[in-house]
Design a protein around this ligand. Structure first.
Ligand code: GTP
Ligand code: MG
Length: 149
């Protein structure tokens, strides 16, 4: 199965949404294989959002993301990258349907609570940027046979 990188952004941590967000991915059937609370440096965030470096909101984005602790996670599962993006909703919460994380918990694009990798390739890049090899865990899920046929 594939892995995906997610982070609860500083606003999500401040607003006590960490448990709710983890709960959604757990209940869906995805497996948590890495997680930590950390304060991201601007340097790391510039690398993380390198693709957006030309955008007018880039500096503000880096400031926002470094404004408090974030919860970085790696989740594993069948088609997890694509499915998790659907669970997040659209980039702009205003375009996100109720039932999605951004649709349910936030209102503005500049405070959209959670990040999720947009492709398998960027997931791999982001995981190696934020996690060391020994911070990821391979463990047997006892419910696996009840999640996958
Ligand atoms: P991430 O999961 O955070 O990567 O969001 P995304 O993949 O849905 O969107 P994208 O990678 O294009 O943008 C990264 C982040 O930049 C968004 O999640 C927003 O927090 C922020 N962002 C994107 N577009 C805008 C914008 O037009 N204005 C502002 N202020 N922020 C934006
Ligand atoms: Mg993105």
């Amino acid at each position: 199965f594939a892995n995906v990188f997610k982070t609860v952004k500083p606003d999500g941590v401040q607003r006590k949404l960490v448990g709710e967000i983890i709960r959604r991915f757990e209940r869906k059937g995805f497996k948590l294989v890495g997680m930590k609370l950390l304060q991201a440096s601007e340097e790391q965030l510039r690398q993380h959002y390198w693709d957006l470096r030309e955008k007018p909101f880039y500096n503000g984005l880096v400031k926002y993301m470094s404004s408090g602790p974030i919860v970085a996670m790696v989740w594993q599962g069948l088609d997890v990258v694509k499915t998790a993006r659907k669970m997040l909703g659209e980039t702009n919460p205003a375009d996100s349907l109720p039932g999605t994380i951004r649709g349910d918990y936030c209102v503005e694009v500049g405070r959209n609570v959670i990040h999720g990798s947009d492709s398998v390739q960027s997931a791999q890049r982001e995981i190696s940027l934020w996690f060391k090899h020994d911070e990821l865990f391979c463990w047997e899920e006892c419910s696996e046979h009840w999640i996958y046929a």
